[in-house]
Design a protein around this ligand. Sequence first.
Ligand SMILES: [Zn+2]
Length: 293
Amino acid sequence: MKRLGIVAALLGILFAVPSTAVGQATAVGQVRGVYWATSGFFGPFNIQDLIPTVPKEKARNITIPISMWVIDHPKGLVVYDTGNNAAISDGKCKSHWAAGNCEGLKPSQKREDVIDAQLKKLGHSPDKVKAVITSHAHLDHIGNIKLFPKAVHVMQKKELYQAWWPEKFQRAGDVFVMGDFDGPARDFNYLELDGDYDLFGDGSIVILSTPGHTLGHQSVRVKLASGRTIVMAQDAIWMQENLDGYPAGLNYSVKDYTNSVHRLKMIRDLEGADLYFGHDQDQYKAHGGKWHK
Ligand SMILES: [Zn+2]
């Protein structure tokens, strides 16, 4: 009898989820919220510096976010991308990056913008992060994985290859910074993926293979408890202009990049998802710096 009471109490809790969640797989698997943060900003610079295909009449100066995401799942806290390395904060860029990138990208990161400080601001200890998903190994996305030695690090296996020995044409831009992932990071606990992956096995956080920008780029789709679906493209789609048909520069493979843009667009349209880009000034202004529920 006592046990039945406990079961009933548990069921009561389970049934107490919002009515919008009816029809979802399980209450336990639902994501409570997704926070959109930025690791400072890049710019201002001409959009054509990043997207050479944008025609002159559409050119403009942009100051762009460096998107990072905190996902609050009942099974644990997840961080998707860790931004620029803490060392480049407060005007000290040249201590960690090649001078050309400091001058070209013009990072404005302050120490309080770094992912560990952002987590603390949200009331979370960085030590409690269960999984760190890294979209790709460029300097503005993998910069602080060393702040999470206890987490499971989720990356495409090909991207790990790419990080430690990039193709020569991609090495030229100094966008893979060995100091971001050398030393102790070699011995981290990596979940090495080859394609899509359902992170907690409940369909709520799904890693989507979106190569092209780099060899092993990956995006993330989250199903929230509210019934909303969010797709975080990161650098599979930098900004709106890429969706408007102007391909980004710096691609490992333009063909794979185009297929990945198309894949994310189809998911957006079929699932009625909100599709968020990695570096879109206007989108971040409208939707960034807050929890999505
Ligand atoms: Zn980026």
